[in-house]
Ligand binder design. Structure first.
Ligand code: IMP
Ligand code: MG
Length: 189
């Protein structure tokens, strides 16, 4: 089924344009490349979180590939949201257990850091089953609120945004609006 167009009567408010997102991703890729090069790490294990980060991950991966960083790429499905409400975390553990992550330099990619529950659950499970050489996180967005990201060690963040429900660039409301090339405040709120 086609995505329902955003309702005309509720003005859609663009928070981040396509150009701003592109620019930020270039800078993130540059920083990631510089940091790993400094640590003499030439290959990383890039694990992106489905579904929300698929567009961000694809764009970031293509920027990183221009910088000669060797990558193994994998994905894991984790969900928590129903509509605009954060709920119970569902993690697909069988996906995590397919490949051995011991001694890997893991970089987790996610779309947005909100309460931190998703990435905390992922970190907890990785540490439960493996001994990675390093574990870093990269999120395009972080909501300015609650969570202490030092605790999660989220080194790479593209933008800090207001605490609103947003859609676009992979982020959805019940599966809708992921295809928008920009990031907008969900007009239904
Ligand atoms: P956390 O576990 O609360 O940090 O939430 C992270 C996950 O919830 C993200 O990976 C997103 O998929 C989803 N999420 C959080 N905030 C939003 C939002 O404003 N719009 C759409 N999805 C969101
Ligand atoms: Mg997500």
């Amino acid at each position: 089924m086609l995505a329902k167009p955003l309702k005309k009567e509720k003005q859609i408010k663009i928070l981040l344009t396509e150009e701003e997102i592109k620019e930020s991703i270039k800078l993130l890729a540059k920083r990631i490349h510089e940091d790993y090069t400094k640590k003499e790490i030439t290959e990383i294990y890039l694990l992106f979180v489905l579904k929300g980060s698929f567009i961000f991950a694809a764009d970031l991966i293509r920027e990183l590939s221009k910088l000669n960083l060797k990558m193994k790429i994998d994905a894991i499905k984790i969900s928590s949201y129903e509509g605009t409400k954060s709920g119970k975390i569902n993690i697909c553990l069988s996906e995590l257990l397919i490949n051995n992550l011991d001694n890997k330099n893991i970089l987790i990619i996610d779309d947005i850091l909100d309460t931190g529950k998703t990435l905390h659950t992922l970190k907890w499970n990785i540490k439960r089953y493996y001994k990675p050489k390093s574990l870093e996180f990269c999120c395009l967005l972080k909501k300015e609120q609650k969570i202490n990201d030092v605790y999660l060690n989220v080194n790479y963040i593209g933008f800090v945004i207001p605490n609103r429900f947003i859609v676009g660039y992979g982020l959805d409301y019940n599966g809708l609006y992921r295809e928008l090339p920009y990031i907008a405040i969900y007009p239904g709120e």
